[in-house]
Write a protein that binds this ligand. Sequence first.
Ligand code: DC
Length: 214
Amino acid sequence: MRVIAIDGPAGAGKSTVAREVSTATGLKYLDTGAMYRCVALAVQQSSTDPHNAEAVGRIARDVKVVIEEFGAQLNGTDVTELIRTHEINAIVSVIAAHTPVRDAMREQQRAWVAHHGGGVIEGRDIGTVVFPDAELKVFLTASPVVRAERRVQQNGGDIEVVASSIAERDHLDSTRLDSPLKPSADSVIVDSSNRTISEVVQEIVNHFAQVGHG
Ligand code: DC
């Protein structure tokens, strides 16, 4: 299966880079964070307690989530904007820590890749857990200051508030028991702090060419 896994913390530039790697390689792009965000939105809309693993797991199994290159649908409704609010940022890492939720998402991600014959898959646990045999695994990171500044440039907001929200999400994502955010032993670590998008994309495409495609 031709899979390029791109994992890393919030604000490292994963979405932009993954989209461009997708264009350069012809592989389809999947944003798995958007899938978790859709589940978080369904939890919010049904007033379910985000800490209730069983109830949230049931929602994750029951909802119909469709992720497109630039959008997302939840049960047939466009939720592209609704999944990017502060409220969703605040609960998504809580719901993503539950094993029943991760089981449901992992199954859908593997089905998506089987259907598309591969892909550029962006997330937190793609190289470590979802596709441990991916042809190329990239761990994309950047300094906390740069990540916070990028988010403020994209979405506005106060730098201190954004930085602390990112730090809290990173902490939850990397300390959870089930598939925490961490580089796999065989991943290429790319620091995007002082580099342009096209430099980072080129480096990833070069690595992919070296593993036999390109
Ligand atoms: O990439 P993002 O910021 O849209 O992801 C939102 C949250 O979803 C992230 O904080 C943790 C969770 N997530 C995850 O647990 N596993 C993934 N493969 C992708 C995202």
